[in-house]
Design a protein around this ligand. Structure first.
Ligand code: ATP
Ligand code: LTN
Length: 343
């Protein structure tokens, strides 16, 4: 990645993040994203449902409507208050697409060629991937910079996309001779839960696109399903060690300890101090209990909200209006800077 200039941006701090509307959420999304959003809600974050990103791979239109509601419901069920956080649908603010076009002309092919997520998601079939999947991180930069966001809470897997957003902001500011016009947004990744791994393979992240449902805990799973999946999680026959160092070579064991720590608000070390010497026969039921206790209220509220589509749609309509009010003046400045038509 290029050397970044120090930001000349002098505007206020703004927190923004989004989650793709491409399926139901899991524990990784909850700990890596949702829980962090809730912790920051007094700072009035902008949180959107990335339905424009979702269609980079085919989505049935009726399902897209449901998935968008599903993510919005998860925001609310996790504890976000729509009066504090602006919760909105990306496609309700068409300026995202407009700014993305400008950024498509700012970003360089070489920058996008380095994006590992495109390589992973397009697999062996690069020729058949949509052009949108390739320029996905450019739209993500537009999502962020349209609101001049400075801080972006995300999981570890989004680090490279955030670096690209910084490169685009920096390049735009230089191209249009406008130092500090866009901030160079910072990812907020630290903290427990930034990278939750699959329950079946400690080398792969927990993901909604994993074909095995046993690899993840879904936010729609009930207590029985949560307990069953933890019981079936891959482990090893050794008891838990005293130190984190000794867990390094045992990715599945390490993952379960991290999940326990993230859910109970403790450090990995504190969890080890309590369970060192014990095998998974004892640790797994304790983990299941913590997971159910923590997730049950969220999953119950999520299931309730999913039947209240009117309530969800009202939140999204109101959020879209608030988001457009911030986005349009920025976009208007960009249009003038680029030299676009002013009607
Ligand atoms: P996919 O697996 O299909 O790529 P996903 O499950 O990674 O999807 P996203 O919509 O891409 O879900 O991610 C939403 C948010 O959740 C992002 O901030 C992302 O970094 C975070 N996240 C996703 N998976 C994990 C994980 N396993 N651990 C921690 N955070 C995660
Ligand atoms: N690519 C992100 C979702 C996303 C996002 C954003 C996150 C789209 N636009 C802007 C933060 C800021 C993902 O989690 N897969």
């Amino acid at each position: 990645m290029s050397q970044h200039e120090k930001s000349d941006y002098r505007g206020p701090k703004r927190i923004l993040s989004g989650i793709q509307a491409s399926g139901s959420l899991h524990l990784g999304n909850y700990l890596g994203a949702l829980k962090k959003f809730v912790a920051m809600q007094e700072e009035n974050p902008f949180l959107f449902v990335a339905d424009m990103h979702a269609i980079t791979v085919w989505q049935d239109p009726k399902q897209l409507v449901e998935q968008r509601r599903g993510i919005a419901a998860a925001y609310l069920a996790a504890g976000l208050d729509p009066k504090k956080a602006t919760i909105f649908p990306q496609s309700g603010v068409p300026q995202h697409a407009e700014l993305a076009w400008v950024f498509n002309c700012t970003a360089r092919l070489g920058w996008l060629d380095r994006m590992t997520q495109f390589k992973e998601k397009s697999g062996d079939n690069k020729e058949r991937a949509s052009v949108g999947l390739y320029t996905y991180p450019v739209l993500q930069a537009a999502d962020i910079l349209l609101y001049k966001a400075t801080d972006v809470p995300v999981g570890e897997d989004q680090k490279q996309h955030l670096e690209l957003s910084r490169d685009i902001a920096d390049r735009f500011n230089r191209d249009y001779d406008a130092p500090g016009f866009f901030p160079l947004p910072e990812p907020l990744i630290q903290g427990p839960g930034a990278r939750i791994m699959s329950l079946k393979d400690g080398s792969k992240k927990m993901s909604k696109s994993d074909p095995s449902d046993l690899s993840r805990i879904n936010l729609t799973d009930d207590a029985d399903a949560i307990a069953r999946k933890i019981k079936k999680a891959k482990t090893d026959p050794e008891p838990l060690p005293d130190t984190l160092e000794e867990l390094k070579a045992r990715p599945e064991a390490k993952n379960l300890v991290s999940i326990f720590a993230a859910l109970s608000g403790r450090s990995d070390e504190a969890v080890l101090a309590e369970y060192a010497g014990q095998g998974f026969g004892a640790f797994k039921p304790a983990l299941a209990e913590v997971a159910v206790e923590h997730l049950a209220p969220v999953t119950a509220e999520l299931r309730r909200l999913l039947t209240e589509t009117g309530e969800i749609d009202r939140v999204l309509t109101d959020g879209a209006e608030r988001a457009r009010a911030v986005a349009e003046p920025v976009m208007d400045e960009v249009r003038a800077m680029v030299g676009f038509w002013k009607g």
